[in-house]
Ligand binder design. Sequence first.
Ligand SMILES: Cc1cc2nc3c(=O)[nH]c(=O)nc-3n(C[C@H](O)[C@H](O)[C@H](O)COP(=O)(O)OP(=O)(O)OC[C@H]3O[C@@H](n4cnc5c(N)ncnc54)[C@H](O)[C@@H]3O)c2cc1C
Length: 479
Amino acid sequence: MIKTDVVVIGAGAVGCAVARELSKYEIDVIVVEKSADVGGDASKSNSAIIHTGYDAAPGTLESRLVVAANPMYDQLAEELDVPFKRIGAILPAMTQEQFDKLPAIKEKAFMNHVYDVEYMSGAQMLEMEPNLNPECKGGLYIPRESIIDPFILVQAYAENAHANGVSFMLNTKVTGIAAENGQITGVQTTGGDIQASWVINCAGLYCDEIAQMVGKAEYEVVARKGQFFILDKNTSCQVEHIVLPIPTKITKGKLMCPTIHGNMLVGPTAEDQPSKTDKSTTAEGLASITKDVMNLIPKVNVRDTITQYSGLRPNRVPEGLHVDVWDDLKGYVNLSGVRSTGLTLSAAMGKYVAQQLLEHGAKMVLKDNFISRRKGIVKFSELTVEQQDVLVKENPLYGNIICRCETITEAEILAAIHRPLGAKNMDAVKRRVRAGMGRCQGGFCGPKVLEILARELGCRPEDIDKNNAGSYMVTGATR
Ligand SMILES: Cc1cc2nc3c(=O)[nH]c(=O)nc-3n(C[C@H](O)[C@H](O)[C@H](O)COP(=O)(O)OP(=O)(O)OC[C@H]3O[C@@H](n4cnc5c(N)ncnc54)[C@H](O)[C@@H]3O)c2cc1C
């Protein structure tokens, strides 16, 4: 039987951040993930904003963790080589009713200890964002709202945790949790039993099902879908900040912002649904985004869409972010309600969970050889011509452009495949180096990436999946 000290269930932003934090200590940690890759579920289909917490419910755990996490990202992104920009958000008011709500929003920001929120006049807002609706009567500027590459963030947490000794069991589902005399003893998985004295439930949408395994399901999770458009990098109407609507009682509303790679992101919707797997986009959902965002940015051109996607927020019923531990079940930590700010708060959640373990008796001694830095894959397209020339001379595979839209070379794809926790399927390559993320969405590079993956993994193209097991790309030769 496999033995460890801690099992973390789920390799999303939160599970990987927890694993990275625990890898600072002399303990054995295994992350068990049912999918074929690290990256999570909600963690790879969100707005990719690192929030300040200005609008969180004051006094809640969520407010504390988001507000604490935001300032961590300057150092974290630098140490882990994660694309991150502090572009700031604006909250423009288009009607008198919206304008009248601004003082309350600023007051709430103060209650959350977010003091750097500023009033702006309509003219100032239009100067910051010339494509804004000229009706703008004024608004708020929140300078530390930021954007990040969500895929790289999670990979970076995972790779760095791995470099510090954490094991990852992918394609492995937790099916049961064992306890004796009120103490966790391990987990059952599709890959065999694991003996452990701590289990940390970071299973996002499925955290209620994990909690049921130990009789601690005091809530359920209802998926809240958010649909988005991604617009082409050269769409005619762009913004430089995160442009947010004034929230209503029901929803935070739909925004427009640049992604870290220069596309425009427009959305999301907020639709509760019974299914935890239905990630379809719908004509009605997308139409509602266009209608609402046009109030803010009238010339937004959704005809420049290169793709649409949706993500499912793990919405806890009853609501609220919880980190629960119980006296009658020692060794079990249950996270729930990591709904709309989990990408941001992951950085603080890692530390919070480690502290919970320390406070509840885990014997954890800090390592003196923790590796804090992680180096990402070289981005050929971001280098100067001179730097590119040097690389091509060193390794001619940098001279073979596979993805024309994003200028991704064969050498980068090989790096994605062969690094620790490397890519084993098409989406895993895409999320590491962006091959297939551009205007043609893999139309040109897809077959080449498939061939490279098969060649490097020593299998047939028919054996390569799009993402999870069985989602193969091709079924055989046609001629
Ligand atoms: C539309 C939308 C927009 C959002 N925008 C933002 C934003 O701008 N900023 C922000 O900070 N947050 C945002 N969020 C919220 C954020 O994405 C989530 O809170 C966060 O990603 C949750 O991370 P997680 O690791 O808890 O869950 P997940 O990413 O869902 O990961 C959970 C993992 O657990 C695994 N798992 C589940 N059950 C099992 C099992 N039995 N065995 C093994 N593994 C299992 C799953 O496969 C999954 O990989 C948004 C979310 C959505 C959907």
